[in-house]
Design a protein around this ligand. Structure first.
Ligand SMILES: *Cc1c(COP(=O)(O)O)cnc(C)c1O
Length: 383
């Protein structure tokens, strides 16, 4: 099988699984218990927190473990709104993951003015639009670090500067970049950062929100005193240990892995572009994640491509996992100004740790035939 859907999720690394194992049935005690096994579990959580802090160059007390990227995004936006509710404007981008977008839209119910920033044809947010809309009433600017569908990397340093000029908080959903790009939280100007374990070879159901020291926010879940009263509930100890191991592994493979994936991805694009007429690249040609390739194969439905590739043992995506199964074209591609019919023909390959040369060669061999077959059946395609 050829798995090319790493932006949807990645398999846990065997080393991650090994690191987690003892915490299910040997070191299973509750970290809040004061007996010896409880304290051992607590040490494991705190050691993991230190690894995350070192990995992202944050302080240990800036790391809050969550159940994943979605919770981290919700915690950032709602937690901030609940704790300092004088400012009533929320700015986010029109290509945010649903975890941010739907959270922002929901806040409109509570009297917030929520503003979506447009993007250009490459998926880069319009900085002048932000400068125009932001004011002293702005609570938070939430712009993702890199987009999951097209891979475009956003100019977060500039956005942070704009936000700070007005005393607004800058949050970034870095779920697609943590583990792929080096991130220096202190240097970046980011106030809040969301990450998720399963997008970089850690387990599913665990993530973290990094919050700049001194920034107040309320919990979403009330209960025990875990995570310094910011996230109640018994810690997911195996998950947290696995997340930390994923960080260690990512650190070890920087920057060679990025280079390897970029070469494979570039080859895939070059070869299919030369073999298949009327296809286009979606996303930024340079400022883009090394592992992501989003294309539109004109006159063919993306869904049909996925199903035909699937039959050949190649697993790709039309864009976001969340919108698969719906017949709506990708809102990300539409926001980039791509016509609906071209957006409908999108196909995303996302590569990862176990993608090899032979996998790419297989796609190059198989895809042109699939496209030819589907186009032959398409009433829109004229030879
Ligand atoms: C996957 C993803 C999320 C959601 O993370 P979960 O851990 O699956 O909840 C949020 N944002 C982006 C950009 C993602 O790719």
């Amino acid at each position: 099988m050829i798995y090319l859907d790493y932006n949807a999720t990645a398999p846990a690394d065997p080393e991650v699984i090994e690191a987690m194992k003892p915490y299910f049935n040997e070191l299973y005690a509750n970290p809040s218990s004061i007996h010896t096994p409880g304290q051992k579990a607590k040490q494991a959580v705190e050691h993991s927190r230190a690894i995350l802090a070192q990995f992202l160059n944050t302080r240990v007390d800036e790391v809050y473990f969550t159940s994943g990227g979605t919770e981290a995004d919700n915690l950032a936006i709602k937690g901030l709104a609940f704790s300092r509710n004088k400012r009533k404007k929320i700015i986010y981008s029109s290509i945010e993951h649903h975890a941010v977008m739907n959270t922002c839209k929901y806040m409109a119910k509570f009297g917030y003015e929520v503003i979506a920033v447009p993007v250009d044809k490459y998926g880069v947010v319009d900085l002048d639009f932000i400068r125009d809309k932001i004011d002293d009433n702005t609570l938070i600017v939430s712009i993702m670090h890199a987009n999951n569908e097209v891979g475009t990397i956003e100019p977060i340093k500039e956005i942070a500067q704009i936000a700070h000029k007005y005393g607004a908080v800058f949050h970034t959903d870095a779920v697609q970049t943590v583990g792929k790009l080096r991130i220096d939280f202190k240097e970046s100007g980011i106030d809040m950062l969301s990450l998720s374990g399963h997008k970089f070879y850690g387990p599913k159901g665990v993530g973290a929100l990094i919050v700049k020291k001194g920034l107040r926010f309320d919990p979403l879940l009330h209960g025990g005193h875990q995570e310094k009263n910011h996230r109640a509930g018994t810690e997911n100890v195996p998950g947290i240990v696995g997340l930390a191991k994923a960080c260690e592994l990512a650190q070890k493979e920087f920057p060679q892995e990025e280079k390897r994936l970029r070469q494979l991805r570039d080859k895939l694009w070059r070869e299919i572009d030369s073999r298949i007429p009327e296809i286009q690249l979606n996303g930024h040609p340079e400022t883009m994640l090394a592992n992501t390739l989003n294309i539109s194969v004109k006159y063919v439905e993306g869904e049909s491509l996925i199903l035909n590739l699937n039959a050949a043992g190649i697993y790709a995506s039309t864009g976001s996992a969340c919108s698969s199964g719906s017949l709506e074209p990708s809102y990300v591609l539409l926001a980039m100004g791509i016509p609906a019919e071209v957006a409908h023909s999108s196909l995303r390959f996302s590569l990862g740790r176990w993608t090899g040369q032979e996998d790419i060669d297989k796609v190059i061999e198989v895809l042109p035939g699939i496209v030819e077959k589907l186009r032959a059946m398409s009433p829109l395609y004229k030879k």
